[in-house]
Design a protein around this ligand. Structure first.
Ligand code: GLV
Length: 314
């Protein structure tokens, strides 16, 4: 009988248990702290976790695969005692991908159509008639071109935007998308981006990648969306570039410190909209399908989807 060891603080586990049982009522779904004696972990045990307590995964190191409840795995990697023999699988269920695409389409349209300025104008009762250029004249540059980035590109293409992508690893050629790669391709990518979409994971390479100097490479009046991890952007540099009017606006969903401190200037900046890390929230129904599909892959010796590559760091 397949056993799932589930760890998620603050939220109800019932909806998750129900999602698994709707697919397979025999699943032994165990909510933390009721994981049972680690000595009795069966051969058919897997963990599904978000921000697990450090040391917990080592204690239950009989588990065969660790599934992250989110697309990111930084919340698992911060554990200094992580067992190194258990593969870690990032979440990339259809619900998460659709959620990210919805958020990115909404944000691209908002920046394209001047909504950040219109919201600010309304707060001042100012009748600001903003005329936007055609979508076909706007380059959207997606940083991070895995499962999520590709879904966003597919959702944006029919609206007429020109799409560029940037990632640390090479990508297969794709119709309608110009791909840039690595540090060598970054400057050109930025120079050709009007609306930048950040959905990169948190790695050494991505930390502080967008700073005073690299933001300067974007064309004047470019704007930014960040829905990956907060560490991508040096936030004080972003605020400076907005104040200098080199950049025109930003929609930010992720931050180095969450929740954002109430005293932080981000809250009141007229060119910034912030959302509380809700761009893409894992949806239990599709996540349960994804996890059970990958457990089948594991049992049948097939490759796991979106498995952590330690060399790349995501
Ligand atoms: C959310 O940030 C996730 O990692 O899915």
């Amino acid at each position: 009988m397949t056993r799932i060891l589930f760890y998620l603080e603050e939220y109800s586990h019932d909806i998750w248990r129900d999602a698994f049982h709707a697919i397979d009522p025999t699943i032994d779904f165990r909510s933390y702290p009721d994981w049972g004696d680690p000595e009795n972990t069966t051969e058919d045990t897997y963990s599904l976790v978000w921000q697990p307590k450090p040391g917990l995964l080592k204690e239950y190191s009989g588990s065969k695969v660790t599934f992250s409840i989110g697309a990111g795995i930084d919340h698992i990697m911060r554990d200094p005692n992580l067992p190194d023999h258990i593969p870690i699988v990032r979440m990339a269920d259809d619900g998460l991908k659709e959620g990210m695409a919805e958020f990115v389409v909404m944000s691209v349209l908002m920046l394209h159509r001047g909504m950040v300025d219109l919201i600010d104008a309304q707060s001042r009762k100012h009748w600001a008639r903003i005329f936007a250029p055609a979508a076909s004249s706007i380059n959207v540059g997606i940083m991070g071109y895995g499962a999520l980035g590709q879904k966003c590109a597919a959702a944006l293409k029919p609206l007429g935007y020109k799409i560029n992508s940037w990632s640390t690893s090479p990508k297969a050629a794709e119709d309608g998308v110009t791909h840039y790669q690595g540090m060598a391709g970054l400057e050109d990518f930025l120079a050709n981006t009007n609306i930048l979409v950040g959905i990169l994971p948190n790695t050494q390479e991505t930390t502080g990648l967008l700073n005073m100097e690299t933001l300067q490479n974007l064309p004047k009046r470019a704007s930014i969306i960040n829905a990956g991890r907060g560490n991508l952007i040096v936030i004080d540099d972003l605020i400076k570039q907005l104040d200098l009017k080199h950049l025109s606006g930003a929609i930010l969903d992720v931050f180095e410190e969450e929740p954002v401190d109430k005293a932080h200037p981000l809250w009141e900046h007229p060119k910034i909209l912030i959302t509380p890390h809700i761009a893409a929230v894992t949806r239990p129904k599709t996540a349960a399908e994804y996890v059970l599909r990958n457990i089948e892959n594991y049992k049948n010796g097939r490759p796991l989807e979106n498995v952590l590559d330690l060399k790349r760091g995501y």
